[in-house]
Design a protein around this ligand. Sequence first.
Ligand code: SAH
Ligand code: SF4
Ligand code: F3S
Length: 452
Amino acid sequence: MDFKTIRPILGNGKKLHIETYGCQMNSGDSEIVVSIMQKEGFFYTNKIEEADIILINTCSIRDNAEKRIWGRLKEFSKYKKLNRKLIVGVIGCMAKRLNEELIEKSKIVDIVVGPDSYRDLPDLVRSIRKGVKGVSVLLSQEETYADISPVRLDKSGVSAFIAIMRGCNNMCSYCVVPYTRGIERSRNPQTIINEAKDLFESGYKEVTLLGQNVNSYGWSEGEGDKIGFPDLLRQVAAISPQLRVRFSTSHPKDLSDEVLEIMVAMPNICRAIHLPAQSGSSRMLELMNRKYSREWYLDRMYSIRKHLPDCSITTDVIAGFCGETEEDHKETISLMNEVGYDFAYMYKYSERPNTKAQRTMIDDVPEEVKTARLTEIIDLQQKLSLESNKLDIGKCFEVLVEGVSKRSDTKLYGRTSQNKVLIFDRKDYKIGDYVMVNVTECSSATLKGESI
Ligand code: SAH
Ligand code: SF4
Ligand code: F3S
């Protein structure tokens, strides 16, 4: 054997820590990054103070998300003072958006790596040791990291995310994601199914298939038939009835009845659909370039209700997008009432550089109006969540146990198929068990019950 051809182990036992912000795609990416770095001999540590490399996986979705990261980078300077050899890297969406600006403005950042360049990380670290700061932020049309087995950082061992695609082609006018994550590309289905199988065999009970718009998943090899999201979902769910399958996010324009029919046929596909409406006003939806109207959205909602009466529906809402009038806002309020959402993520519109909205529209809703509308939306959702939870009292749900309650170690918590958190007595149950629980009380955020 020619020893000279064997690459020295770069990490040589050095410790890597990653702090992750943003969406579940970022959480999944952090696990890919750890896998790439472990192959180079780095160890992962949960303790930031003992790290030789700190990576911060960032989000650009709203201005306050970026502000938080700048604040965090300031705090990292104290670690740099303690360890002069410490390497600080910014990865993720903000890395792609801001590039070298992060090195120049922060004074402490050594490497900047965008979402499609994580395979370059080891080389960039190598260059740093030679004194060269590194940037790699080019987007790719092919990269899906399909061959990399993520190192699971969430240690509960019950539920895992599987990215089935990357990027986004939708170009919603307010959104930065197509610019930070590039064009949509789907991952080879066999690698997805294998990953789900491996997880199930190693004890996981739940997988969530992730993409910015999972309904547009598509893969074809050579002359073969195209595999779309419905087929993929069916094949993952067929791994075992004991494996719960979730998916996120569904774009209302693409959610098909075929997906709903597969859900009806396979009870282990969870009864929960996240269907972000963004607004209840067709005029706003058009300006947002969402490619559906309020009527289309409601039709999708009724189809869900018809196929799956026990399915929860959740949403994302943006308050105060460009040109939003009081009337448009009232339509969002009325949509929320009509659907009766179980849960919602709610935001004030935040203008993002280079998006279509920033280039061609005016961010003209005054801050105090945005705040007032958001408050109204949040108050309404609080009421709707409570109503939805109250309807569960007296019903029995199968709960997948995820952990011990933070408030009391005599209680466990888990989720129902509808993705609601349910707290109940610990007894002899273990994390990862399926337990039948009768709901006895609730707040707007959680259900409480007794196992049977
Ligand atoms: N791909 C998903 C969502 C990704 S971003 C989808 O299309 O549903 C998550 C949420 O952030 C969006 O649904 C939207 O509600 C919100 N969001 C995105 N850009 C925003 C902006 N510029 N200001 C405020 N909220 C925004
Ligand atoms: Fe952004 Fe729209 Fe793509 Fe979602 S679908 S990531 S909101 S561009
Ligand atoms: Fe944020 Fe990027 Fe996700 S901008 S929401 S981390 S895709």
